[in-house]
Write a protein that binds this ligand. Structure first.
Ligand code: BGC
Length: 880
């Protein structure tokens, strides 16, 4: 029996206040039915507000169940609909039960829908120079019983809204970070609980990313706005259909409250004695509050977000309270995480508790040097009354917190919790295998992602950066889009990238998006800028949405055709600076770009690859001229690459794990013989490295796929299972709970890498996750089966791993693959959701097997491969 499991509109997790008037609808299925494909569907659309209207029914003969076009009239601004779906399919042409009805509602769709005025408050500075958070408020009368009410709101800064003393919604650091000059998100909240009579709305606005200090060193303050400002439109529909709107305007009042400062990098100072009791309640007398200043309406595109907001997603308890050698009290949460503290304390007025956050300890003390100029310190000033406090406009990356001046000496475990913050995407991917250290690696990859998907995809969450570094997400995106549904968040970030690249920088992709670094002659960088082509394609592969490709097409082409500085033959200009195989473990700590692999080889290999990807994209979008053009480009760049770096025997100059992995996975060798000899050479390098990793950002996602796809599976597993430094498992032997920026962020003697760039929470080296999912676990979208329409089941067991299990919540339903090796047999069970299909390939099975939906068991004879593979100890053996 097949059922419809859930419905979604565009890529929204929640569809309140969306920006699309014709939202595409998707549904996924539950059920084990064999070979079930959909033949037709029915969509019923009704309007919850207009009871008199008959529901509209649309019957469509189509097998499409993902991102199907909105069948009804476009929704107007603020219009809502209830949608349910049923599908007919399978060999007996059975119809599923109706799905549950899901609601969709648009927000304010155009500038004309806004009547509110942006209001600014006086600039009040904290001692650090930061802008002090501001409380805005207004009381108002609700004359009748409320049928529905919506709050549309955004800020220059970050905001927290309250009505009648209660917090509205659960968003953190809203409106989130976008390229504010081009795009500013507003949010929509359901505030139907407004009561008849006197009400009040209060909104606290802090610096957020708009005005806070950003960038390393001294950074720059107020990059986007010099003052904090608020835009509010509260629309009420009474039971009798009459409407009433409250907007931000000059009748609002403002003041400062207990937050003296709350800065992204530098923490919060909170003085409880300055709390304004009842500040968002109607009873408050705000006569002494200051007037606000009406400002020009934001000169940017105001839009509803396409991805989920940042939320509190978990509370973590203290594991240990430690006393350091210097006598400091340090609390340990057992997990390096991103967020802030929830503190319950009481003490005399003026008593200040200090919390200093750190990712690691060095010699038993908190290590803050890696945080550079960021001051991850919160101060809580007490006021006699017991308080439960959390900061509002900062976040920290930490496992340890040094607590100074706790009123009773030392906090109890129940006094403090850590609050985990990140963009609240749905977790879609799950992995587990028989090796506990590999499982820990996977867990660390996931924590690395959680900490760094905070409104934008960042490099790190703790030091004076936390920026949307393009190269980092370029290498990590296939892993990320398996673990969580990144479609809404990353497609939004790509729009920022395109806006900045096209409008501001003539095709050059900034190094960080949103770009706060500006542009110079070093900005155009392979691997980093290549995200403009590779990320849209990764998202298309994971979510099957051609619209993302269409939206990004201009940006993809602008990078290839204008942004990349080229020499006359079409290869990268050899005089350009390249970050190259960044953080190659053999590069000196102070010079992470000094990799073994020629950075222009890296750049040109990428160029051949992205040209070929662009040809594929052109064909997917049915753009024949582009297809011809980019196919010819890809062929030309590949030939030039061969002429420049390859010998006729298949040697590369220079040949490193990274260069060989790039050439093998991007299919750059002209003949099979050259490919084979390159694969042998790679195997030799891996054996000669004693199975230690030798790649940086570029080679790391490619080395295991390059080995396992050329018959050197055991070498890939031997590298995966290596615990000596540098390797993926070495950090775990050192107690890591997240992915590190460097292979040796912490050195084997427990000291911290002397490099000035040493984070303990960077996802890039976790890009091996994609290989764990596709090859150890065994599932990925098959070629031609984007969005998991066709699932590739192809586990390649190896090493000492005897079983693995992966699950993925695909657009069609749950995909699963479980395998184990038992008594010389490989036994596998797979699940294909309804309306999709699978292609199975197992070691020893000559033929690929096509399967429809359902659950299937497979069993094949399994011959153990050589284990452990031998290392090459003689250094001269490499010189052939
Ligand atoms: C970031 C990296 C980034 C790199 C490139 C660093 O400071 O943390 O992850 O990609 O700079 O220069």
């Amino acid at each position: 029996m097949v059922e419809i499991d859930s419905l979604c509109f565009e890529h929204h997790r929640e569809a309140l206040g969306i920006g699309e008037s014709e939202p595409r609808i998707s549904w996924c299925f539950k059920g084990d039915s064999k070979n079930w494909t959909q033949a037709s569907y029915e969509v019923e659309i009704s309007s919850p507000l207009v009871n008199s209207c008959e529901p509209q029914l649309f019957c469509v003969n189509s097998s499409d169940s993902s991102l199907i076009p909105w069948p009804a009239k476009p929704l107007k601004a603020r219009e809502s609909a209830l949608v349910r779906v049923r599908a007919t399919g399978g060999s007996k042409s059975e119809t599923t039960p109706w799905s549950q009805a899901f609601s969709v509602e648009t927000g304010l769709l155009t500038r004309k829908d806004w009547t509110a005025t942006l209001i600014g408050a006086e600039r009040i500075k904290a001692p650090s120079g930061a802008l002090r958070p501001i409380l805005f408020r207004k009381s108002f009368e609700v004359e009748e019983k409320v049928k529905s009410a919506r709050l549309y709101i955004t800020a220059q800064g970050a905001y927290e809204p309250y009505i009648n003393g209660s917090r509205i919604g659960d968003h953190v650091l809203a409106p989130g970070w976008t390229s504010y000059k081009h795009r500013l998100n507003y949010q929509t909240f359901d505030v139907t609980s407004l009561k008849k009579g006197e009400n009040a709305i209060g909104v606290e606005v802090g610096e957020g990313w708009s005005s806070t200090r950003l960038g390393w060193g001294d950074g720059t303050r107020c990059i986007y706005s010099k003052r904090l400002a608020l835009l509010v439109q509260l629309e009420v529909v009474y039971e009798d259909g009459k409407m009433m709107t409250i907007t931000s305007d000059k009748s609002w009042k403002s003041t400062v409250g207990p937050r003296i400062a709350s800065e992204i990098y530098d923490g919060e100072t909170y003085d409880a004695s300055l709390e304004v009791k009842g500040w968002s309640s109607p009873a408050l007398d705000d006569k002494h509050w200051a007037a606000v200043e009406p400002m020009d309406f934001p000169n940017t595109k105001l839009q509803s977000p396409t991805g989920p907001p940042v939320r509190k997603t978990e509370f973590v308890k203290i594991q240990k309270v430690l006393k350091s050698p210097k006598g400091k009290t340090i609390i340990d949460f057992g997990q390096n995480l991103v967020g802030w503290l929830n503190v319950r304390a009481s003490g005399p007025k003026g008593h200040t508790i200090t919390f200093t956050h750190a990712e690691v300890l060095e010699n038993g003390e908190i290590a803050t040097r890696p945080l550079r100029s960021a001051k991850p310190i919160d101060h809580l000033i007490l006021s006699n009354d017991p308080i439960v406090w959390e900061p509002a406009f900062t976040f920290h990356g930490f496992r340890y917190v040094q607590v100074e001046n706790w009123p009773s000496g030392s906090p109890k475990k129940s006094d403090i919790e850590a609050v985990v913050l990140h963009t609240d995407m749905e977790q879609t991917g799950f992995f587990n295998c028989s090796d506990s250290m590999v499982n820990k690696l996977h867990e660390n990859i996931q924590w690395g992602m959680r900490g760094n998907f905070l409104s934008i995809p960042t490099d790190c969450p703790q030091r004076d950066e936390r920026l949307g570094w393009t190269g980092d997400i370029q290498v990590f995106s296939p892993t990320a889009s398996f673990l969580y549904n990144t479609s809404g968040m990353l497609s939004s970030w790509l729009k920022d990238l395109a806006a900045e690249q096209i409008h501001d920088y003539k095709g050059v992709v900034p190094l960080v998006v949103p770009n706060i670094l500006g542009l110079d002659s070093n900005t155009a960088q392979a691997a980093w800028g290549d995200v403009a082509v590779l990320l849209p394609y990764d998202l298309y592969t994971a979510f099957g949405d051609k619209e993302i490709l269409r939206t990004q097409l201009k940006s993809m082409k602008a990078w290839l055709d204008q942004g990349i500085p080229r020499q006359s033959n079409g290869l990268w200009d050899p005089t350009t600076h390249q970050l190259g195989d960044w953080l190659d473990p053999d590069a000196p700590p102070s010079d992470p770009g000094k990799a073994k692999t020629d950075p222009h080889l890296v750049a040109n290999a990428y160029l051949a690859h992205i040209s070929a990807v662009m040809a594929k994209v052109s064909s997917i979008l049915d753009r024949q001229d582009d297809f011809k053009h980019y196919t010819a480009e890809a062929t030309k760049i590949k030939r030039l690459f061969q002429e420049e770096y390859m010998t006729s025997s298949g040697r590369l100059a220079p040949d490193t794990m990274t260069s060989l992995s790039q050439a093998l996975t991007y299919d750059l060798f002209p003949t099979e013989i050259q490919k084979e000899s390159a694969a042998k050479r790679l195997a030799k390098l891996v054996r000669a490295s004693q199975f230690k990793i030798s790649t940086g950002f570029v080679g790391t996602p490619l080395i295991c796929p390059a080995l396992s796809s050329t018959g050197n599976t055991q070498l890939a597993y031997r590298m995966l299972l290596q615990t000596k430094c540098p390797s993926w498992l070495y950090p775990i032997t050192m107690g890591a709970t997240t992915m590190w920026e460097r292979w040796d962020s912490m050195l084997p003697d427990g000291s911290i890498n002397p490099g000035s760039m040493t984070s303990f929470n960077h996802y890039a080296l976790g890009s091996v996750g994609a290989w764990l999912h596709s090859t150890v676990g065994g599932i990925s979208p098959a070629e031609g089966g984007a969005g998991w329409k066709i699932v590739r089941f192809e586990p390649v067991p190896g090493g000492t791993i005897t079983s693995a299990e992966v699950k993925y919540k695909s657009p069609y339903g749950l995909v699963e693959c479980k395998w184990r090796i038992e008594s010389g047999k490989l036994k596998m069970t797979v699940r294909v959701p309804p309306n999709s299909s699978g292609v199975v390939k197992l070691p020893g099975l000559e033929e690929k097997k096509q399967i429809g939906s359902g659950v299937y068991d497979f069993e094949v004879g399994y011959k153990e491969l050589e284990w452990p593979p031998e290392a090459i100890l003689d250094p001269f053996a490499l010189e052939d």
